[in-house]
Design a protein around this ligand. Structure first.
Ligand code: OAD
Length: 236
């Protein structure tokens, strides 16, 4: 069985990483255009760096750990015989920390920095700033940016996602509000024969595209659902 999983901020909420769409529509007090667009970075790089520095520091706090949903996905992948791809919209590294191997972070990674001039990508755990030197060219100052996909930029790995989705047998969307494209459209690029399962606290605009909708917390519902797949003769 070929399985495609898509995760969003809801899977990391119980690990202490805030989701994006709070009831006030703000991301930690900022409008999206202020901090998550190339224009914002051009106009006010200090503010954008500060926003992602805060999030990077938070992600590296000791209390932030993978939860039962991340762990269940990693364990499931470890014992699954067929193809498996975990596409995440999350920029945290909790899937990787849980032990997932085939992870595609389509919106980038908070613990990486990219040179805006050469496109080189570096592992990065410190703050970034307008005065940060390029790791291999110390005279080049301020060329680094967070390795994050901002609004108006192309998500990563779209070809791989499309080619995997087109003949997958099971698609599971977990903890995503399904309002940001192209991620929200992946469900519709799966074939008619594919079983589509949505695990989320709330209904989403895409819920009617799924065969099964499970409402509840990811840490409870993801392990439960994946365990049910292991039951002989069970069809999701
Ligand atoms: P959102 O914050 O939009 O949605 C999180 C979803 O998770 C909501 O539908 C919640 O109901 C649900 N949820 C919250 N806690 C949950 C829990 N414990 N268990 C299960 N579900 C839970 O996050 P995303 O859909 O990931 O993109 O947002 C998509 C993209 O929007 C992000 O990747 C980001 C943002 O703009 C970029 O930065 C490019």
């Amino acid at each position: 069985m070929k399985i495609l999983v898509l995760t969003g901020a809801g899977i990391s909420a119980e690990s202490g990483v805030p989701t994006f769409r709070g009831s006030d529509g703000l991301w930690e007090g900022h409008r999206v255009e202020q901090v998550a667009t190339p224009e914002a970075f051009h106009q006010n790089p200090e503010l954008v760096h500060k926003f992602y520095n805060m999030r990077r520091r938070k992600l590296l706090e000791e209390s932030i750990k993978p939860n039962a949903a991340h762990i269940a996905l990693a364990e499931f992948e470890g014992r699954h015989q067929g193809e498996f791809l975990l596409v995440t919209q999350n920029i945290d590294d909790l899937h990787q920390r849980a032990g997932s191997r085939n992870v595609l972070p389509m919106h980038g990674e908070l613990l990486k920095a990219r040179c805006g001039l050469t496109g080189e990508v570096f592992d990065w755990r410190d703050d970034l700033g307008i005065d940060t030197p390029h790791p291999s060219e110390p005279d080049l100052i301020g060329a680094l940016r967070p390795h994050i996909v901002w609004f108006g930029e192309m998500p990563m790995g779209l070809e791989r996602i499309a080619s995997f989705a087109q003949d997958c047998d099971l698609f599971i969307a977990i903890g995503t509000s399904a309002v940001v494209y192209p991620a929200a459209g992946i469900v519709q690029s799966t074939p008619a024969t594919c079983r589509r399962v949505e695990i989320n606290l709330d209904d989403t605009p895409q819920s009617d595209k799924f065969d099964i909708t499970i409402r509840g917390k990811a840490s409870i519902e993801v392990p439960k659902f994946l365990n049910s797949l292991a039951t002989p003769g069970h069809r999701p």
